[in-house]
Design a protein around this ligand. Sequence first.
Ligand code: ADP
Length: 403
Amino acid sequence: MTANATRVLVLNSGSSSLKYQLLDMAQTRRLAVGLVERIGEETSRLVHTPLATGGERRVHEGPMADHDAALKALAAELAADGLGLDSPQLAAIGHRVVHGGLKFTAPTVIDEAVLKEIERLVPVAPLHNPANITGIRTAQALRPDLPQIAVFDTAFHTTMPEHAARYAIDVATADAHRIRRYGFHGTSHAYVSRRTAQLLGKDPSEVNVIVLHLGNGASASAVAGGRCVDTSMGLTPLEGLVMGTRSGDIDPAVTFHLRRVAGMSTDEIDELLNKRSGLVGLCGDNDMREIRRRIDEGDEAAALAFDIYVHRLKKYLGAYTAVLGRVDAVAFTAGVGENAAPVRAAAMAGLEGLGMAVDADRNAVRSNEPRLISPEGSPVAVAVVPTDEELEIAQQTYALVTA
Ligand code: ADP
């Protein structure tokens, strides 16, 4: 690697999408960001924003057959900005990988053995890991000489103690099928818990934080002194909080009931709980803005969906307060957590007994900066801390290749 190789390309590959950011790590600056959607369809679309040149956002529509075509298209966009991926300034490519099982506890340089292990985890992450593997192979073909680093969504949660990670089911069955709680959104929980400590002027090792990552997918985590001790997602991202389209916690007997009584197939139940549940299942909308608008108009289904969403949040706040013993901060993040003041206010209402409260004026401030929303002198600091998973992936990637 040359001394001025300070750029990192971050790739987040979905089954039909490819999100990317090119960052310069010497200045911690984003050079370009973009997204390719509907890969494999006639209507593929690339949206590229050249931040370094300050140019206009560019949109290209037209068929892109596969991830290889998508990567070549984004590489051409970057080259047009003078940021080509053949540049010696590119230090590494960092890949978001959803499931790293128990083996990957830290960012990892990808080789064939690592790819095999990611492949071995496909049964526990059937939607995500195959797409991540495709993204990695495509990037390897483009720049075989460059370090490719995997940053795992599960890694931050591998510090969970067994009593938090195990389900109370037959151990032999669980072990045979690698059934346990892995947790997800780890990159975000790691970034936000550390950033929250910074906001308090403390070292992460000194503080206990509850992180509420509330996006379309949503998860909570309990972080003690910088280490995750519990998180709400489990074997898959279905467990835990009420989400945009996922049910979160549910009695597992509901699934047998749906098979026996409603005659639904396993795939139909999977689709019901992952795609037609949560806020969408309860009221038909998963966008919190729309739900709030409907509530303001007196819509009862929207109001009940909101209350169920908030009730679940409160239960996790209480549970994680007990798990941690002492809570220094609660951090709200992701689309809903960063933007929906009414959700934050409702989740914190009545929790004064736990030392948690929200100041109405502070909560109403809109900003992209981390900020406190609890009243002055509150025992627990309540904060809004915007997440930045791409920056975290880039930092972990760069740290590994420059170590
Ligand atoms: P993803 O899980 O897809 O990464 P995000 O973290 O981007 O999701 O969150 C998307 C969600 O954030 C939307 O579905 C919407 O409910 C919510 N959201 C975004 N902006 C706002 C806003 N201004 N007010 C309330 N909710 C918002």
